[in-house]
Design a protein around this ligand. Structure first.
Ligand code: ADP
Length: 421
């Protein structure tokens, strides 16, 4: 098997999101945490490399992405996808533009598109402006993001300081006319020197048009959703055979644990809902700092993992601020992440095979503790959150890694139910 599409994602749960949408096609998708050390025989038609470079210094982000590109080329890919957040998380000194330009240079690509729209999750683009639901990005909660506050909604203006070449727009009126009209518009823009083109999309049909028009570009960029139509297009082109590489769902131990380190509004609702159903333990970073993890480890050891207990540090903004004021932002985060990592290992030793984790950073810490470097993507739980299958110290395990805002209130039960069916 050779890789048809090589994908590079700028964070961990974003990579799961993209891998999950590609896996909807039923074709095997591999997700790799970081650039693998060497070549491997076991490549899938879709390979996604998860990096952690969203807010890294530009030179480091560019170097990591170029290394990922080289690995993916060796896996056989000749089409590539650069995945960033559907809320375009980046600052004027951010990495979306510089990475795209570096990858384009390596690939000899003359033009690429930018389409972070994800209609199923309420992210749409109209006249180059990104909306979260009915709010312009800069009026949405993203305006207060701690690392990448989004204070402008216009993607051309957001991207311009990050690129050396001009940024143009292919708007919805053009997309609505179909793939050929979009291709003609892209060609005209290219003639006028527009190397980077933001493309409007407000619905899944727009994404189908865009993917059809752009699937032969060496590099596409966007959120995960514009990649969703690619498997069907590649099948129609004969690049992929439907029966060639079906994803398979292995048997994993029935014990489960829910670990939550995300404090986003949606995760808070999910934790509240699940705590009414399963044994739950709230971690307080200040207690952890004073007394360590022994108490919660004892609590967990006394429970059967078949009860699918939940351990969470998820808290309201005031409580988070109090912990951060006393411990510092980074230290508070680290203490929680380290505790959840230790508890994941305890749960595994105790027989848990299924790990549901909320929070991007938290997911990274838990996966690292479990020694997970690769996952094969399985069934989807919610838009952008699939189960992944991997090994930890010789045992088969399943992981559901969710970024803060994804999933419905019932996400934790939904996740466990998917593996029961
Ligand atoms: P999200 O996907 O919602 O951004 P992350 O896991 O990426 O979630 O980030 C949440 C961060 O907040 C983590 O570093 C986590 O350790 C930290 N954290 C979790 N709970 C608390 C808390 N009660 N006080 C302070 N920091 C916390």
């Amino acid at each position: 098997m050779t890789t048809v599409l090589g994908c590079i994602a700028d964070d961990f749960t974003g990579a799961c999101d993209l891998a999950g949408l590609l896996a909807r096609s039923g074709v095997k998708v591999n997700l790799r945490m970081g650039v693998p050390d060497g070549p491997t025989d076991d490549v899938a038609a879709f390979e996604v490399i998860a990096l952690k470079c969203r807010t890294a210094p530009v030179d480091i982000a560019v170097a990591e992405c170029r290394a990922a590109l080289e690995w993916l080329k060796k896996a056989g890919a000749d089409r590539f996808f650069w995945k960033y957040c559907s809320t375009f998380d980046s600052t004027p000194t951010g990495n979306i533009g510089p990475v795209a330009e570096a990858l384009m240079a390596d690939l000899g690509a003359k033009q690429t598109i930018y389409c972070p729209a994800f209609p199923e999750n309420d992210r749409s683009i109209f006249m180059g402006n990104l909306f979260v639901g009915e709010q312009p990005l800069a009026e949405s909660p993203m305006k207060d993001h701690p690392l990448t506050p989004m204070r402008d909604s216009n993607l051309m203006r957001l991207l311009a300081p990050q690129t050396t070449a001009p940024v143009g727009l292919a708007n919805r009126l053009c997309v609505a006319k179909g793939a050929e009209a979009l291709q003609a518009r892209l060609k005209d823009l290219r003639k006028d020197g527009f190397v980077h083109v933001v493309v409007d999309a407000v619905a899944d049909d727009d994404l189908k048009t865009i993917a059809k028009a752009c699937c032969d570009m060496p590099l596409m960029t966007g959120g995960s959703a514009v990649a969703m139509p690619l498997p069907a297009l590649y099948m129609a082109q004969g690049l992929l055979n439907e029966t060639e590489q079906k994803m398979s769902v292995p048997q994993v131990g029935t014990g489960a644990i829910v670990l939550s380190g995300s404090c986003s509004a949606m995760t808070r609702a999910q934790v509240a809902k699940y705590s009414a159903k399963a044994p739950s333990y709230r971690l307080d970073p200040l207690d952890l700092s004073n007394d360590g993890v022994q108490k919660v480890r004892k609590w967990l050891a006394a429970l059967p993992v078949t009860a699918a207990p939940m351990i969470y540090a998820t808290a309201e903004p005031d409580a988070v601020r109090r912990a951060q004021d006393q411990l510092g932002v980074a230290r508070a985060g680290e203490i929680v992440e380290q505790a959840l990592a230790v508890l994941a290992l305890d749960a595994k030793a105790h027989g848990a095979g299924r790990f549901v984790v909320a929070g991007g950073e938290t997911s990274g810490a838990v996966a690292k503790a479990l020694g997970v470097t690769q996952m094969t993507i399985g069934p989807e739980i919610a838009p952008g959150v699939p189960w992944g299958f991997s090994h930890s110290d010789g045992a088969d395990i399943a992981l559901a890694l969710k970024s803060g805002n994804f999933g419905k209130e019932t996400f934790f039960t939904d996740a466990l139910a998917v593996l029961e069916s």
